[in-house]
Design a protein around this ligand. Sequence first.
Ligand SMILES: Cc1cc2nc3c(=O)[nH]c(=O)nc-3n(C[C@H](O)[C@H](O)[C@H](O)COP(=O)(O)OP(=O)(O)OC[C@H]3O[C@@H](n4cnc5c(N)ncnc54)[C@H](O)[C@@H]3O)c2cc1C
Length: 311
Amino acid sequence: MTVQTVEVPAYRAFPVQVARLRRLSPSFLRVTFTGAELDTFGSNGPDQRIKIVLPLPGSGLAGFPTGPDWYGAWRALPPERQMPIRTYTVRAARPELREVDVDFVLHGATGPASAWAESASPGDEVVLIGPNARFDGPTGGYEWHPPAEASCLLVAGDETAVPAICAIVETLPAGRRARVLLEIPTAGDRLDLATPDGVEVTWLPRSAGGRAAAPRGSLLTAAVVDALRELADHLSPSPVPTLEDVDVDQGILWEVPGGASLPARSSGVYAWLAGEAAVVKDLRRHLVQDVGVDRRSVAFMGYWREGRGSD
Ligand SMILES: Cc1cc2nc3c(=O)[nH]c(=O)nc-3n(C[C@H](O)[C@H](O)[C@H](O)COP(=O)(O)OP(=O)(O)OC[C@H]3O[C@@H](n4cnc5c(N)ncnc54)[C@H](O)[C@@H]3O)c2cc1C
C-alpha cells in the first residue's frame, strides 16, 4: 500500500478582503485585512515580509492560482493576465481574529500597490502570500536577528521601513540600548510609537515648517553618520573589505547576516538598515568602508528603487 503525504508549504496564499481602513497620517494608510483562513497565518519576526497580489483592472483576481505551486502557475500566465505582486510588511497579525494589518505608504498612483491603496474600500479583495502556521519548521521571511550580546542596536530606514521599524521597537525590552532613525515625507507622518527605556527614536521629516523638502535619503544618511560617531565606543572596526559593487538598477541590494557567507557577529553594534536601494547602498559604503563596521553585524536591505517598479 502506498501512503500519500500531503506536503504542507511554508508559505501559502490567503484570499482576504479589506475589513477596515485607517489613515494614520498624510502618507500612511493602515489596511486591516480579514479572511476565513487567516487563523493559520503565521508570523515570526517583527519585520515579517509578505507578498500582496493585487487585482488587475477589469478582471480582478479571477484566475489567480492559489494552489501550492501558485508561483509557477502565475509565471506561466500571459503577461497581461499576471496580477501585480508587491512586497509589504506585516504590521500586526491577529490570527485569533483572522486579521492582518499592513501599513501602506501612499506615493500616488504611480504603482499598482499604492494606486490600489489610494482607492481601497472595505470589501475589496487581494491575496496575501504569507507564512503558514501549519508548516512544521522555520518559515523565515524576516531579517531582525540581533545577537543578545550586541551592546547597542542601530535601526534606520525610510518610510517604507517604518512599519517594520515600529514593530521592531515594540519588541525591544526596556533597558536595551537602541538608536532608531526614521526618514519620513512630512512632519505630519510621525506616528505614535511607545518607546521602551533605553530606546531613542528620531523622526526625520523631509518636509517640515514650510522649508524646501530635503533630498530623499539626505537626512537619514546624515543622522546615521552622527549616530555612528556617538556609538564609537561600541564599535571595534574590522579590516575594511573591498565591497562588491551592487547595481541597484539591475539587482537587489540585500545583504543580511546569518547566511553562509555572513555568519552573525555577536558583540558591539548590530544594525538593521532598509529603504530606497541607492540610499541604503551609500549607507553600506559608509558603515563598512569609512567606519569599518563589521558586515556580519549589519542587515542592509533595498526595499525599493526610485524610478523603477518592483515587478
Ligand atoms: C521586505 C520589504 C518590505 C516592505 N514593506 C513595506 C511596507 O510595509 N509598506 C510600504 O509602503 N512599502 C513597503 N515596501 C516597499 C514596497 O514594496 C515598494 O514601495 C513598492 O515599490 C510599492 O509598489 P507600487 O506598486 O506602489 O510601486 P511600483 O510599481 O513598485 O513602482 C512604481 C514607481 O513608484 C516608485 N515608488 C515605489 N515605492 C515608492 C515610495 N514609497 N515612495 C515614492 N516612490 C515610490 C518606484 O520607484 C517607481 O518609479 C517593502 C519592500 C520590501 C522589499
